[in-house]
Design a protein around this ligand. Structure first.
Ligand SMILES: Nc1ncnc2c1ncn2[C@@H]1O[C@H](COP(=O)(O)OP(=O)(O)OP(=O)(O)O)[C@@H](O)[C@H]1O
Ligand SMILES: [Mg+2]
Length: 645
């Protein structure tokens, strides 16, 4: 059985009227260890035949068997394996990858075969040394002469064993001396047992071969052998491993290629990333802004006291009759205090009036409140003391002032505790200073002072009614249930529902949901920019694929599988998006630094989830939008890709 067996092969291009038949009924067998030259004029079909022999192209009809196995029945990856393990290509124009060094070019077939880095570099250096290229290992192809480049490509052909060397016009682009040198090398390889098939149009070069096949207009017209007694070949191709190392190496190589491709077009890569950067930065910043403002508002609500329910007379805020409804009483507050779900209760009443001290008169708001008021509202004492149950019972003429009032009245820094102030001409002794109640719901501009509600009602205003009751719910009680209980109780006491309640928990939920909705809305808009960025990435990847068709062809010729090519372009797309995503996140950190510097109201608050999601999102964009171009690259026909300039 012959090594290569070609039976009745035809190859035509195009169809119908424009169909050109390049190979016509070719029958040819090549034995192991032979040195065959295919000779013929330009356009006679030599390269076409050679490409079919090398599994870079498929015949239009006929059968081609390698070692007895029909090639038409092989999958793309099986043919790639043949190109990788059995064949070694030498091209007229060398076809080295310009971005790789001589060593990397030589070692590339072994990358796809899964050889370790150290092992393949060692072998590449040995081969380069044998071919007289010691010291040129780190030169790029552009830093080598034509003859040197051709020797690098011979070394590459031998990297995985190169049992069958396929050389298409190996001396075509070389001067006579370099051509001789290449022919000597081929002779050496033949002597070492390699099977050699060489295409040439030069009879002198063909004379080197053992067998010369002449081809004209796609037909074999002559076939001479000098020596029919061929010594058997004993070349073994390297064993392929399918270990974890293999996949790691392949991934690492694809990764390196991708980085090189990105670095080769820095500006273009950056502009592509810009879409992703802006998209990710806006998503992350918007989420951080939303969270920051939400936290600030919730902090304010918490300052009012957690889980409080306030009861006011009337039907709602702004009810004009509410000032005339005088049904809310201290007794209501007392009965609420007895409910087991209520932690503390404070009645509230307030009047505006004139505060006089030491020749100063200021307008102020006097709140008449219970002893638990400060606890319910979450107001903290700066110094002094708060009033207690006894003070409430005894209508004590005492007052707690807020910091603002203290600053106004005691500008000289003297101690206010024990001093007596007049409110609407009634004397009140200061017992404590509290933090101002400057929540979003407090009245920040007015001076606020607090006295027991009994004092306010009995000694100052004379009114029997209170304007609010605020209760603090026990921690383990559901605030909705508590609110219902309060409403039932007061309805029973008053006979009608002439009051309304405000639940801090409801306010909290409302704020959380509105800011959440806002964040979601703006994030959606930012997402659109992400999609636009993704389309940009796809565009650039398509350009990148088109630009590198030749490179893809070379990789396929030396045995890259489809998934190797797919992987390489996919990694490139993901890398662009991932770098864009990370830069976007950093960019939004920069925005937050600036924001926190300028805006004192609240700080942007980053959530790990939104950052992880953003980076994940950019990766997904890379995969989704990179897949199409990458798939396209991997499905290129090797010979079409190779012939592209
Ligand atoms: N993809 C293709 N589509 C159409 N025609 C093609 C294609 N490839 C090759 N041909 C035609 O097939 C014929 C043989 O081409 P081939 O490259 O095999 O010639 P060759 O013998 O190698 O010539 P040269 O010595 O110039 O390299 C040419 O006439 C060419 O125009
Ligand atoms: Mg040719």
């Amino acid at each position: 059985m012959s090594l290569l067996e070609i039976k009745d092969i035809n190859r035509w291009f195009g169809s119908g009227e424009s169909r050109v038949q390049v190979l016509k009924d070719i029958n040819l067998s090549i034995e192991k260890g032979d040195f065959v030259a295919i000779i013929g004029q330009s356009g006679s079909g030599k390269s076409t035949l050679m490409n079919i022999i090398g599994c870079l192209d498929v015949p239009s009809s006929g059968s081609y068997k390698i070692d007895g196995v029909e090639t038409a029945a092989m999958s793309g990856d099986e043919q790639a394996a043949l190109r990788r393990k059995s064949f070694g290509f030498i091209f007229q124009r060398y076809n080295l990858l310009s971005s790789l060094t001589a060593r990397e070019n030589v070692a590339l077939p072994a990358v796809y075969a899964g050889m370790d880095l150290a092992q393949r570099n060692k072998r590449a250096d040995e081969l380069l040394n044998q071919l007289g290229l010691a010291g040129k290992e780190n030169n790029k192809p552009s830093e080598l002469s034509g003859g040197q480049q051709q020797r690098v490509s011979i070394a590459r052909a031998l990297m995985n064993g190169g049992e069958i060397i396929l050389a298409d016009e190996p001396t075509g682009a070389l001067d006579t001396a370099s051509g001789h040198n290449v022919m000597e090398i081929l002779h050496g390889l033949h002597d070492a047992g390699h099977t050699i098939v060489m295409v040439t149009h030069d009879p002198n070069i063909a004379a080197n071969a053992n067998r010369v096949i002449e081809i004209r207009d796609g037909r074999i017209i002559a076939d001479h052998s000098k020596n029919t007694d061929i010594k058997p070949s004993h070349i073994v191709s390297i064993k392929e491993k399918n270990s974890w190392h293999f996949y790691r190496d392949q991934f690492f190589e694809s990764f390196k290629m991708s980085v090189q491709a990105i670095m080769a077009h820095k500006m273009r890569s950056f502009l592509t990333m810009l879409g992703i950067i802006i998209g990710i930065a806006s998503v992350v910043s918007v989420v951080a802004l939303g969270r920051g403002s939400q936290q600030k508002i919730l902090e304010n609500i918490n300052a009012i006291g957690t889980n409080t329910i306030s009861i006011y007379p009337g039907k709602g805020y702004g009810d004009r009759r509410s000032s005339r409804i005088k049904t809310l009483t201290v007794a209501d507050a007392e009965s609420l205090k007895e409910q087991n779900y209520i932690d503390s209760v404070t009645p509230g009443a307030g009047i505006k009036g004139i505060l006089t001290y030491d020749n100063q008169s200021l307008s102020a708001q006097l709140y008449g409140v219970g002893d638990q008021y400060f606890d319910v509202r979450g107001i903290k004492l700066t110094y002094g003391r708060l009033f207690n149950e006894d003070d409430v019972r005894q209508n004590s003429q005492i007052v707690v002032i807020d910091d603002n009032t203290k600053i106004k009245l005691f500008a000289d820094g003297s101690n206010p505790i024990g001093q007596v102030i007049l409110f609407n001409k009634r004397p009140l002794q200061i017992i404590g200073v509290a933090q101002p109640n400057n929540t979003a719901f407090g009245d920040n501009d007015t001076l606020q002072i607090y006295t027991p509600y009994t004092t306010l009602m009995n000694r100052i205003s004379g009114s029997k009614y209170i304007t609010s009751v605020t209760v603090k719910i026990k921690d383990n009680v559901n605030s909705q249930t508590a609110e219902k209980g309060i409403i039932e109780l007061l309805k029973a006491r008053h006979g009608t529902e002439d009051f309304f309640t405000r639940n801090s928990d409801t306010i909290k939920q409302t704020i959380e949901s509105t800011t959440g909705t806002m964040t979601l809305l703006i994030s959606c808009i930012a997402l659109i920019s992400l999609v636009v960025g993704g389309i940009g990435v796809m565009n650039i990847m398509l350009v990148s694929v088109t630009e590198r068709v030749k490179e893809i062809g070379i990789r396929m010729a030396i045995g890259a599988r489809q998934h190797n090519i797919l992987e390489q372009f996919l990694i490139e797309a993901v890398l662009i998006c991932l770098i864009g995503g990370l830069v976007g996140v950093l960019f939004s950190f920069a925005i937050s630094l600036l924001f926190n510097l300028l805006a004192q109201d609240f700080a942007m608050s980053f959530s790990t989830i939104s950052i992880v999601m953003a980076v994940l999102c950019s990766t997904v964009i890379g995969v989704v939008f990179g897949f199409m171009p990458a798939k396209r690259a991997s499905q290129l026909n090797p010979i079409d890709a190779l012939s592209r300039e």
